[in-house]
Design a binder for this molecule. Structure first.
Ligand code: MG
Ligand code: MG
Length: 259
């Protein structure tokens, strides 16, 4: 099912997006060498509760995970890229961390992810991975708007990732959001322009390019949730929720630039 919202409902979507952006920004500012992933989860839970929002993850039990997730934020470190289950682990200098957060506020979901390096180390390969997913996300957003096709968005994302030298995995990608987290349509991270569903005002989409440095093959961690690169290489993931408007695409989960 594809949900389409009235313009009058956009303020609710904006509020959900702003909350997700604010929580991710706060978490990022608290990530230092030694910060424990379970503390990130605990702080997220506190911020969600304080805002009167509901986690989309805690009870989530899809076919690709083992039972309810049980936590409220995905914390994927280094070779982990998607659905990282928080564990009792302290962050180290140079760790590449991806935080992925989805909450429902007043009945509308927002979903966003950010990858960044912890501490002072800036390994070139990791910086390149992060920047490629950010550029791909920007390209996908620029390609989205009323009348554009889903394939235009997928193609824009995939072209940037491909030019950066990465292979695109098509098992997981973006999706519609609305009253629940994962809705139609699926937004693949590669595609053919001019094809697919025609975007229209009121549609909310989560765009989420992600890549692995030298492979497109995922393996599932023993925890039953965390998806890692099959080769152990590093990975990155960038995600925003956007609203298709009469004028183009509005980014609902935009954050302030990182300090
Ligand atoms: Mg997400
Ligand atoms: Mg998503």
């Amino acid at each position: 099912m594809i949900e389409v919202f009235e313009a009058t409902e956009l303020p609710r979507a904006r509020a959900a997006g702003a909350l997700v952006a604010r929580i991710l920004q706060t978490l990022r500012s608290r990530c230092e060498v030694g910060t424990n992933l379970l503390d990130l989860d605990r702080w997220t839970r506190e911020m969600i509760t304080e805002a009167g929002a509901v986690s989309c993850y805690v009870d989530y039990a899809p076919s690709f995970g083992r039972g309810p997730f049980g936590h409220v934020v995905c914390t994927s470190v280094n070779d982990a890229v998607l659905h990282g289950l928080p564990h009792d682990r302290g962050l180290a200098d140079g760790d590449l961390l991806t935080l992925d957060l989805a909450v429902s506020l007043d009945g509308i979901v927002a979903d966003s992810a950010v990858s960044f390096l912890v501490g002072d180390s800036r390994p070139a390969e990791s910086v390149a991975l992060i920047e490629a997913t950010e550029r791909a996300l920007d390209a996908g957003i620029a390609a989205a708007g009323p009348g554009a096709r889903l394939g235009d968005v997928s193609h824009a994302i995939g072209a940037v990732l491909g030019e950066a030298g990465y292979r695109v995995n098509t098992e997981f990608g973006g999706h519609g959001v609305g009253s629940t987290m994962h809705q139609d349509p699926h937004v693949a991270n590669t595609g053919r322009p001019g094809r697919g569903y025609k975007l229209r005002p009121g549609l909310l989409l989560a765009l989420e390019p992600w890549v692995m440095a030298d492979t497109d093959v995922l393996v599932t961690d023993a925890d039953g949730w965390t998806l890692r690169s099959a080769t152990g290489c590093r990975t990155a993931h960038s995600e925003h929720t956007i609203a298709i408007t009469d004028d183009g695409a509005e980014v609902l989960t935009a954050r302030e630039p990182a300090a």
